[in-house]
Each structure stands twice: as structure tokens, then as C-alpha cells.
Design a protein around this ligand. Sequence first.
Ligand SMILES: Nc1ncnc2c1ncn2[C@@H]1O[C@H](COP(=O)(O)OP(=O)(O)O)[C@@H](O)[C@H]1O
Ligand SMILES: [Mg+2]
Length: 299
Amino acid sequence: MHPSPPLIETRLAGRLPDRHGKVRDLYDAGDDLLLVATDRISAFDYVLGSGIPDKGRVLTQLSAFWFGRTADIVANHLLTTDVARYPAPFRDERRALDGRSMLVRKTAPLAIECVARGYLSGSGWKDYCASGMVCGHRLPAGLRESEQLPSPIFTPATKATSGHDENITEQAAAALVGEALLERVKALTLALYERGAAHAASCGIVLADTKFEFGLTPAGDLLLIDEAMTPDSSRYWPRDGYAPGGPQPSFDKQFVRDYLETIRWNKQPPVPALPDDVVLRTRAKYLEAFERLTGRELA
Ligand SMILES: Nc1ncnc2c1ncn2[C@@H]1O[C@H](COP(=O)(O)OP(=O)(O)O)[C@@H](O)[C@H]1O
Ligand SMILES: [Mg+2]
């Protein structure tokens, strides 16, 4: 089956998004917020010149899956994914919104990214090579790249407005959000990671690490916000072929990374577009991740 063209930008009821991130378009909906996941894909902090059809649907529906499976750990921002229950004018935009949007509670996002790592990879591996530490955690000597850690660690990061998020110590994170709140989000982050990693393991998938965001409602309630344990916010590796001692093939973006290597992109604008076969193979990986983790087909 040939996929429909990717959704790159939204315009709902003649209106442009009030804000957008690299992947999501955000619309104010009274006291709530409408999050629309487009098919944009980013690599090395840049949005690439091609979208991946249905990627936004995967991110939305996988987040909804995890919100449902973790609500006993922490309350989250999801109100509904049923377009018929959205406020006007959004409920009349079923074609654009079905399956790729959620109405959520608007919060003030905390100023840190909450990362849990069960394996040594990415910036964690880089920091470990340089100092033997990750975000102030002293780790055993002699660990290999992609090796499982003795136990999962909480590794907060700043939210960079442009470019790379920067790993910080728990002390530095506490200075940003307060000590009591940091203790809460740390415990929640590790509990959410443990839940996700156990489920992924039962599907033959390693959840190496994942990033959460939390926000405060006007009443002061702490909610899990943004997306939850999607391929964009997580490192998922197939358990088959997992071999510490080097980087692991990424579940979803490996074809993109390989292609960007072959064209020797210097990771600066202008951003490259992707050939059709890279787009289609990447789309298939996103769908495969969704199907394996949820046990069902994308709606
Ligand atoms: N419930 C919420 N309240 C306020 N902001 C939110 C909420 N959920 C998500 N966000 C924000 O919406 C944006 C999502 O867009 P995204 O494309 O993921 O951005 P980014 O490029 O920063 O990753 C993020 O800035 C995130 O902090
Ligand atoms: Mg994001």
C-alpha cells in the first residue's frame, strides 16, 4: 500500500499554530491545548527536508498507549484523542486531526528534561568516556558502549531553546525546579522507565533510555506532559542482535542516520531531503515499533 503524503504543517480552520516545536504544532484551545503531531522528522537537532508519512500518528497513538499504562504512577495531561469531543473549531477538522492529535491540559512545563537511562549510550556514553561520570553519577570503570548499567539512573538535562540539551547534575536541576519537586520527578522518571522497559522487554525490545517532561497546572498539580516513550523521545533497540561494545542500530532512525553519513552532511543548514526508499523504510520501522509495543495496528 502506498502511504498518503506526509503532513508537514498544519492549518486548522484557517488558523496557523500558536506555537510549534520541531515535530508538534500547538493550538490554544481555551484553557486546554491541542497538540498535533506532524510527520516532520529531526536528526541532529534539525528538522529534515522530508517528512515520514504516518509518523505523527505513531507518536500520538504510542503516547496515548503509554499514558494509559502509566496513569497509576503519575497523572498525565491527556484529556481525549476523540476529535468529536474537541472544542470548536477543532472538532470540525476530523480529517486533519484524527489519529494524530490530542487535547491536553495546559501546564507550565518544568525547566528540565527528565531522562532515565538503563544503558550507556549517546551523551551518557560521551560523558562517561570523558569523566567516568554521568550527571554526577560515578559509574563502575570498564563499562562498554551500550552496556546495561548496574541500575537505571536519572540524568536530567536543560531544555535548550536551540541546539543540544545539556546534561546537568541533580544539584543543578534542583536549582532550576526546587529540591522537593526534583525528588518527585526523579522518582517518577525512574518508575516510568522501569514500567516501560519491562513491557518493551516482553516485546523483544530494549528501552535503553527515555526522556519525560512534566508540567504544573494552575492549581499546582504535577502532570506528565508532552509525549511518552515514543521512538523520538527514547532509544529503542531490537533485543535480537544487541551487542554491547559499540553503538546499536537505532530501531527507527537508522536508515536516516546511515543516509546522512553517506552524503556526509555537515549537520548544518541547509538540511537535506531524504530519498523515497529511506522515507519508506523509516516509515516501516516506526510502524513496526508501534505494532510490536502495542500488539495492534495503527488506527
Ligand atoms: N501539557 C502541556 N502544556 C504545555 N506545554 C506542553 C504540554 N505538552 C507538551 N508541551 C510542549 O509542547 C512542545 C511539543 O512540541 P515538540 O515538537 O515535541 O517540541 P521540541 O522541538 O521542543 O521537542 C514542547 O515544547 C513541550 O514542552
Ligand atoms: Mg519534543
